[in-house]
Design a protein around this ligand. Structure first.
Ligand code: AMP
Ligand code: GLY
Length: 424
């Protein structure tokens, strides 16, 4: 088989790494990919938003399977386009991807199907949204409706902050079109977890649970980022919580989508708050989480390509996913200044010391270069990921590897997986 992976981050490197282990696969392309991905796939210089060009490439090269990493091409309708042209693709259609593309759409589906989530209201004008605040308790959660690269959620301690956030979104349009509507939510207390599952629209195959670390600094301080590290499994997702996610969230979600005539095939990501009264939905994504994908791919024993094909063909009930018992931990190394503006082009040193690393992999997220000489080219630069016999060992191993790598201004969190360590 020839496989094309769309995207350029650590998630796509992990997908390419896992797909390259499939006995079915002869050749992998990645568009546009990055320096590290270039070691195992042929890079194609087409951006993920250039969906017509990607379809032309897949048709010309007779690609057997295209796997979409990021959300943007999904919300632009890459899957609809590929299917129209008779090309096989993994990722939900445009209408289904609205679960991620519009928070208001996602919240309506949650409400219609009585799925546990924070209570909320949606507005498109500042005056009525501020009036609504008056009757709600603090703190307030103010969200831009559309895609905002993980930055469109503002947690506000008091009404003054919340009103400023509403003005930023609806009046000052800091998030552009993504801010045509604002969603105001109840603040939920608990521990966050990420839960992903494959679905073909009928059947659900759960993937291993995980936990992201969204804030930039240790102790969950500082602004939100795309994700500073992740581990799998997440002990907060106990067998009981797992069952409740399937019964109270994913089952009703699929039934609700079907009722609306929306067919969802692909991976569904549920961002959860595990509260005292059970798991509640914070958000949906229509793709693999990044960095959660990295530890999850490292723990997956089964052939990923067979699972993706079963998803596309409506045969998920015929396959199962086997997992390494060992936990995996991913620490994201970032450029100075991230998640704000950052410099590119810094030389990365020490990667050669990890080339024969047995217990882990260094997934590239924002690098250029080849033959062992890599420069930084993004905010999140590398995702160092290790397996360990237990969570302590995995944490020790991952930070040992991180200690081998350096560049000017590199920063990372030193407390990845702390919650899992505390529970162990
Ligand atoms: P989202 O992109 O909707 O997942 O929000 C980003 C982050 O904001 C989440 O990972 C949570 O840490 C936080 N957050 C979002 N919604 C809520 C909520 N209703 N209550 C508490 N925290 C929230
Ligand atoms: N790590 C969270 C996300 O991928 O949206």
């Amino acid at each position: 088989m020839k496989v094309l992976v769309v995207g350029s981050g650590g998630r796509e490197h992990a997908l390419v790494w896992k797909i390259s282990q499939s006995p079915k696969v002869k050749k992998i392309y990645c568009a546009p990919g990055n320096g590290g991905i270039g070691k195992m796939a042929e890079l194609v210089s087409v951006g993920p938003e250039e969906i017509e060009k990607l379809a032309d490439f897949a048709a010309r090269e007779k690609i057997d399977l295209t796997v979409v990493g990021p959300e943007l091409p999904l919300t632009l309708g890459i899957s609809d386009l590929f299917k129209k042209r008779g090309l096989k693709i993994f990722g939900p259609d445009r209408e289904a991807a609205r679960l991620e593309g519009s928070k208001a759409f996602a919240k309506d589906i949650l409400k219609e199907n009585h799925i546990p989530t924070a209570s909320f209201a949606t507005f498109s004008d500042a005056t009525s949204s501020k009036k609504y605040l008056a009757d709600q308790p603090s703190p307030y959660v103010v969200k831009a409706d559309g895609l905002a690269a993980g930055k469109g959620v503002i947690i506000c301690a008091d009404r003054k902050e919340a009103e400023a956030a509403i003005d930023d979104i609806l009046v000052r349009r800091l998030f552009g079109q993504a801010g045509e509507k604002v969603v105001i939510e109840e603040f939920l207390q608990g521990e966050e977890a990420s839960f992903m599952a494959l679905t073909d629209g009928e059947h659900i195959l759960s993937l291993a649970s995980s936990q992201d670390h969204k804030r930039v600094f240790d102790g969950d301080r500082g602004p939100n980022t795309g994700g500073m590290g992740a581990y799998s499994p997440a002990p907060v997702v106990t067998p009981e919580v797992h069952c409740r996610i399937l019964d109270e969230i994913l089952g009703p979600l699929l039934a609700g989508l079907k009722k609306k005539g929306v067919h969802y095939a692909g991976v569904i990501y549920v961002g959860l708050m595990v509260t005292d009264s059970g798991p509640k939905v914070l958000e949906f994504n229509a793709r693999f989480g990044d960095p959660e994908c990295q530890p999850i791919m490292m723990r997956l024993k089964s052939d990923l390509v067979s699972l993706l094909e079963a998803t596309i063909e409506g045969k998920l009930h015929q396959v199962k996913a086997d997992w390494h018992q060992d936990p995996a931990v991913c620490v994201v190394l970032c450029a100075q200044g991230y998640p704000g503006s950052y410099e590119k082009g810094k030389e990365i040193r020490g990667l050669e010391k990890l080339e024969c690393w047995q217990r882990g992999s260094v997934f590239h997220a924002g690098t250029t270069g080849k033959q062992g000489h890599f420069l930084t080219s993004g905010g999140r630069v590398l995702g160092v990921t290790a397996l360990g016999g237990n969570i302590q060992e995995a944490v020790r191993e991952v930070y040992r590897a991180v200690g081998e790598i350096e560049w000017e201004g590199m920063h990372y969190r030193k407390d990845i997986a702390e919650r899992a360590l505390k529970r162990s």
